[in-house]
Design a protein around this ligand. Structure first.
Ligand code: ADP
Ligand code: X2W
Length: 288
């Protein structure tokens, strides 16, 4: 017997306790940003999601698509302004956001999953009122949405029928107006409402860095009680603010584990779920 085959079997066998732990459980994966720009990485992430689904883990994929929105806005000569990582969204921008996220990006991901042999159903927060929203209070950011509620029934129905739900972060209010919701924020609310075992944010950075310019300065574990220190010390800024805040939201809504992982590492999702290797930054509560 070739040693290579034995090693492979050994690795598979070591995954058994993790398969048993997560099988039948809901894991929310948020995928977006620059990690979605590289085609090879995208294929890897989707293959991992299909594999996890095939071993009985109920993966719910919540996605963003900021770079795709930028590209489309660029085509009509519009530049975006970001405040604390959130895109100022006027009427015209909202139309583009909806077209890109609920249309192109959502259906591209659905199609990729289907090509790999699983079956995905693409929805956005507007379908069956899965995500209701209102204007974010405070800074006037136009149609940036604050989530007012999540109705998980459609997602649960899709899971129950054996499909992988793929959710775009567009919500709506009771008057039918649509809202642009940061995809990390949407993932956390969906994860909290579904009672997910785990929420994994796949990005293109190693995790939360002590010094954003130094990729080796990864903070491996953050207690949610200490997040305000990170903000006060200016350690996190821009897109990292909603990311860290949503990990806090998920953990306080009983999601057992929230992590930010690096989608550039091949099969980072499998490493995170099916091994004891810590990868990225993990968030937890101090009092266990
Ligand atoms: N302490 C930090 N550690 C890592 N990234 C940080 C930090 N502070 C700010 N950032 C910024 O946050 C970005 C990640 O957020 P974002 O680009 O919105 O990710 P995504 O598009 O994957 O959702 C990083 O690329 C980096 O520019
Ligand atoms: C309010 C707000 O900023 N919404 C985001 C929604 C998409 C998103 O979050 O995409 P990423 O995960 O790729 O960053 C935006 O307009 O870019």
């Amino acid at each position: 017997m070739k040693i290579d085959a034995i090693q492979k079997a050994e690795i598979l066998s070591k995954a058994l306790p993790f398969i048993q732990k997560y099988s039948g459980k809901i894991v929310v994966v948020k995928y977006g940003g620059n990690a979605m720009k590289n085609e090879e990485l995208k294929q890897n992430v989707i293959t991992d999601i299909v594999l996890l689904s095939e071993i009985g883990i109920h993966v719910v994929l919540v996605h963003g698509g900021g770079p795709e929105i930028n590209k489309m806005l660029g085509k009509i000569g519009k530049e975006s302004k970001f405040v604390n990582g959130l895109r100022y969204t006027d009427d015209e921008t909202m139309d583009i956001v909806q077209m890109v996220l609920a249309g192109k990006t959502n259906k591209d991901l659905v199609s990729l999953i289907n090509q790999k042999g699983a079956k995905a159903v693409g929805i956005c927060g507007m379908d069956a009122n899965v995500i209701t929203a209102k204007k974010l209070p405070g800074d006037d950011l136009g149609y940036v949405g604050a989530i007012t509620g999540v109705n998980p029934q459609l997602i649960l129905d899709v899971i129950e029928k054996g499909y992988i739900p793929v959710v775009a972060s567009v919500g709506c209010d009771t008057n039918g107006h649509s809202y642009n919701i940061n995809a990390d924020t949407a993932a956390a609310s969906v994860a909290g409402c579904l009672g997910a075992e785990n929420m994994i944010l796949v990005s293109d950075i190693p995790g939360v860095l002590r010094d954003p310019k130094d990729e080796t300065s990864l903070i491996q574990k953050i207690y949610v009680e200490d997040i305000h220190y990170l903000k006060d010390a200016g350690i996190i800024s821009g897109g990292m603010i909603p990311k860290v805040e949503c990990c806090e939201t998920a953990i306080t809504h009983s999601v057992k584990k929230a992590v930010i992982i690096d989608g550039r590492v091949p099969h980072s999702l499998l490493i995170e779920i099916l091994s004891e290797e810590g990868i990225g930054t993990m968030f937890e509560k101090k009092e266990g």
